[in-house]
Design a protein around this ligand. Structure first.
Ligand code: GAL
Length: 656
């Protein structure tokens, strides 16, 4: 079980370093990320390297048995490089340059940037590749956090190369992009540009491919750093993903085979209605990326961040609860950004394990206690989370669904995914979040929220699985376009029409704020459809709104399975009720472990041991039936575990 942090010793005089390492030992810090933004320090000028400080820090950590998660240092180019080569700077879609002064000011397709960056990686990897302290390599940092979509000429050249690989002929590209529309037919590859800002709506298929290209381009960049590292080091290599609510530019399903360990950065987002539900979702999705294997929380915060409009500190116990929630959902370690709060720079109001106030602080005391707990949780490492329910999640569908021109700008992919996830979480059901291409073997219920884009193969896989006896719940705006963003004709939702036994002639959005009523007593909003039943039964119908009398929720027996369709955005209670029924029919136990929403209860198990995690985010004490030994309080539990408001508990279960 890893307990770690980002450490930026370059921001401090060397007199602080020894203190830092002593305190790290006090807190049980076992892994330290270094050199993440180190470039201008270790290469102060072209052709000149200075590793003295980094050598000293790495040796100091090693002497204290603290392992290093070594950054390649390429995340932010130094001023000398962007001054000598301004062509590396990224360009926004309106053609304006993004200048240095912040971070990540480089174009992912810039050959010049890549040459300099790989030269740095060569220097770092050859120097430290065999150092016994280096336990993990950290390529760059949050690739694509700011620069994923770059529209400059280097990107245009690389985009064309990518398109040639994908389509082979210009005719195939014209066909895929539907360029007969608005006189967009291309005669030569050189005519194609990134989808820069235009006077009107842009070609959606071009934009979708640009998203794919941009994700692939950074993956290719990641691979180029990896290749250099692997020539010098046998240590595992990874980079920190951003599975979070506010960043969506990388399709991580296509990245996971290239990382030796899935690592994610997660920060609570107080702009969302339910930040801890989003944390759970992100952690479950990260476990999906790790294909169920343990993963690492590479960054999280001890308290407030600095980049939301209102940056709330954590309440006492909240850092521990959030950490335990990630572990419950499969993390075999939690790390923090960062060790010591900066007095200067853009992140001076970002929290850290040692706040500005110093070690005489609640945050530090909680850090030390969490470090102890992490040691006590060593035995949990390697166990796996159990789930019978899968949510199908897709970055491609996200890109396509939230494009420029669509039936309703008020409908947002991630919000719809979060809505179904929250309904299941409220019902105390642990879910896996998987790719639409994942095998559904072993699951009892597949949930398909607003999967606007789905490939033929993925649609067939789901449909065959249901036909063979699986249960599915599909929500509106699913199965509409193919992987070229081409509408599937003959009535929506084209890909799932037969499986769902419905046919939709028109989408009828509901204006934001307007409410429609259903004969079940439910309310709904945002979206309705002119839907007719082919083989399905109506479970409920609208009593008012734009399509009174038409079905809102349906159920279809399909082969040996069952497929339910929710054609509108139901209110929370009604959505939960739909899932309650679907779960029962799919033979999935509700609240099997006693959890519900704010009270998260998750089991991790292996062949020889199992642990029940309880994270009580509520303001009431809760009682959970479990027998075993509580690793937090060190108390045996003979029947019921009492978990005070705001506390987290982890019980090693006694074998039945
Ligand atoms: C991440 C980043 C860190 C730090 C942190 C602040 O995006 O990797 O370097 O900036 O956010 O929340």
């Amino acid at each position: 079980m890893v307990f770690g942090c980002d450490y930026n010793p370059e921001q401090w005089g060397s007199d602080v370093w020894r203190d830092d390492v002593r305190l790290m030992r006090d807190a049980g810090i076992g892994l330290v990320a270094l050199n993440i933004f180190g470039w201008s320090n270790i290469q102060p000028r072209e052709g000149e390297f200075d590793f003295a400080d980094l050598d000293e820090i790495i040796d100091l950590l090693h002497a204290n048995n603290i392992r290093v998660n070594l950054g390649t240092g390429t995340a932010s180019a130094p001023p000398w490089l962007s001054t000598a080569h301004p062509e590396i700077l990224p360009m926004a879609e309106d053609g304006t340059t993004r200048y240095p002064g912040g971070r990540q000011a480089w174009c992912p397709s810039s050959p010049v940037f890549r040459e300099y960056a790989l030269h740095l990686v060569e220097a770092v990897a050859s120097r430290y590749g065999a150092h016994p302290a280096v336990a993990l390599w950290h390529v760059s940092n949050e690739l694509g956090c700011h620069n994923a979509l770059c529209y400059d000429d280097d990107s245009a050249v690389a985009f064309r190369t990518w398109l040639r690989h994908r389509y082979d002929t210009i005719d195939a590209l014209n066909e895929a992009w539907g360029t007969s529309f608005w006189s967009q037919r291309y005669g030569a590859w050189d005519e194609i540009l990134p989808p820069r800002a235009a006077l009107s709506l842009r070609n959606p298929a071009q934009r979708l491919d640009f998203q794919r290209f941009s994700s692939d381009e950074l993956l290719d960049y990641y691979r180029s750093e990896c290749a250099v590292i692997r020539r010098h080091s046998a240590a595992p290599v990874t980079t920190n993903f951003m599975v979070t609510a506010h960043i969506r530019n990388l399709d991580y399903w296509t990245w996971v085979d290239d990382v030796d360990l899935v690592a994610n950065d997660h920060y609570l987002d107080h702009r969302l209605p339910n930040p801890t539900a989003e944390l759970s979702f992100a952690a479950d999705l990260t476990r999906g990326l790790a294909k169920g294997e343990p993963w690492l929380l590479m960054e999280s915060s001890a308290g407030a961040v600095n980049w939301q409009p209102h940056n709330l500190p954590k309440q006492p116990g909240e850092m521990t609860r959030n950490s335990v929630s990630h572990i419950a959902r499969g993390a075999d370690g939690v790390c923090f950004f960062q060790w010591r709060a900066s007095p200067q720079g853009a992140e001076k109001f970002h929290s850290a394990l040692i706040p500005h106030a110093g070690t005489d602080s609640e945050v530090w005391r909680e850090t030390v206690a969490l470090g102890r707990l992490m040691t006590d949780l060593a035995e949990v490492a390697g166990t796996r989370v159990e789930s019978h329910v899968a949510i199908l999640f897709s970055w491609e569908a996200w890109w396509a669904a939230d494009g420029e021109a669509r039936p309703s700008q008020a409908v947002n992919y991630l919000q719809q995914v979060h809505a179904v996830y929250s309904a299941l979480r409220e019902l105390g059901v642990t879910v896996d979040v998987v790719s639409p291409s994942a095998s559904l073997d072993g699951y009892r219920l597949a949930v398909v929220p607003s999967l606007h884009l789905v490939s033929d193969d993925d649609a067939t896989r789901l449909t065959s699985w249901v036909e063979a006896g699986g249960h599915a719940v599909v929500t509106f705006n699913s199965g509409i376009v193919d992987d070229c963003d081409r509408v599937r004709l003959g009535g929506y939702p084209g890909a799932f029409r037969d499986m769902l036994g419905v046919r939709v002639e028109e989408f009828v959005p509901v204006l934001p704020g307007d409410v429609v009523h259903l004969d079940s007593g439910a309310t709904a909003g945002l979206w309705t459809e002119r839907l007719t039943l082919t083989t399905a039964d109506a479970i409920s119908r609208y009593t008012d709104g734009p399509v009174p009398g038409l079905p809102a929720v349906t159920r279809n027996m399909f082969g040996a399975g069952e497929a339910r369709y929710i054609a509108t955005a139901l209110d929370e209670t009604a959505l939960r009720e739909q899932f309650r029924v679907a779960l029962v029919e799919a033979n999935v136990a509700i609240r099997a472990l006693g959890g519900s929403g704010a009270v998260e209860v998750v089991r991790r198990a292996s062949a020889d041991r199992s642990y029940v995690f309880v994270i009580n985010n509520s303001s009431e004490e809760v009682t959970i039936p479990v027998v075993g030994h509580d690793l937090v309080t060190k108390v045996d539990i003979s029947q019921f575990l009492r978990v005070p408001a705001g506390a987290a508990r982890i019980v090693r279960e006694t074998a039945a």
